[in-house]
Write a protein that binds this ligand. Structure first.
Ligand SMILES: O=C(CO)[C@H](O)[C@H](O)COP(=O)(O)O
Length: 225
């Protein structure tokens, strides 16, 4: 099976976690896009969605699926999203698609987090994928120096084909930190959250996944915490 077929399989399996009549939180990225396309077929069963990025909102709306502003919503039944890496405890690195801050916000008000990922995303120790950190633009270099002091190799994410910093949906800049071996995900999440100028770090450990639907050649495996 191709990686896209594995992503499609977990996206389809995630439909089983959609709660009828409720608001569903929807993540960002290629796996989440497969999920949105599956959700379109059962859109009449849900009240609507909250999107974790402008791109996700546009895809949902393109399917005629209602998208609510988070400020209009009291609670979200389930949040369904991909990951760049997930470990055996359900801790994740996210933000390869630049949506980490809104993903973290939507996940934080959701009753459960269902991670959908192809099998390549399951790792023993987080950190092979460079850890994204969203920062306030004026603090970019100050945060960069503090991230370097933690032992990684930070790099400012740029707009494709330019030397200009990439700008997120929130107007933030991104620093991707390579070379970290994250043996204490909750501790590192707290440490990076404590750096002034950081908007959010793409470590989802204090609040990790409750379920992971993992696409493998042998079928979709379910991990739960
Ligand atoms: O965190 C994310 C976006 O900010 C995505 O969930 C993550 O990058 C995985 O993407 P994909 O499903 O395309 O592999």
């Amino acid at each position: 099976m191709t990686q896209d077929e594995l992503k499609q399989a977990v996206a389809r399996a995630a439909i089983g976690y959609v709660v009828d009549g409720e608001i569903i939180g929807v993540g960002t990225g290629s796996t989440a896009n497969f999920f949105i396309d599956e959700l379109a077929a059962i859109k009449h069963r849900i009240k609507g969605t909250v999107a974790s990025s402008e791109a996700t909102a546009a895809r949902l709306q393109g399917h005629g699926i209602p998208v609510f502003d988070l400020n209009e919503v009291d609670s979200i039944a389930v949040y369904i999203d991909g990951a760049d890496e997930i470990d055996a405890s359900g801790a994740m690195i996210k933000g390869g698609g630049a949506a980490l801050t809104r993903e973290k916000i939507v996940a934080s008000v959701s009753k459960s987090f269902v991670c959908i990922a192809d099998g390549s995303k399951l790792v023993g120790t987080l950190g092979k994928f460079a850890l994204p950190v969203e920062v306030i633009p004026m603090a970019r270099n100050a945060v960069f120096r503090q991230l370097a002091a933690l032992g990684g190799q930070p790099k400012v994410r740029v707009k494709p084909g330019t030397d200009e910093p990439f700008v997120t949906d929130n107007g933030g800049h991104l620093i991707d930190v390579a070379g970290l071996s994250i043996t204490d995900p909750v501790g590192l999440e707290n440490t990076i959250n404590g750096i002034t100028g950081v908007i959010a770090v793409g470590l989802f450990a204090a609040r990790g996944a409750n379920v992971c639907l993992l696409g493998t050649a042998e079928g979709v495996k379910t991990l739960s915490w």
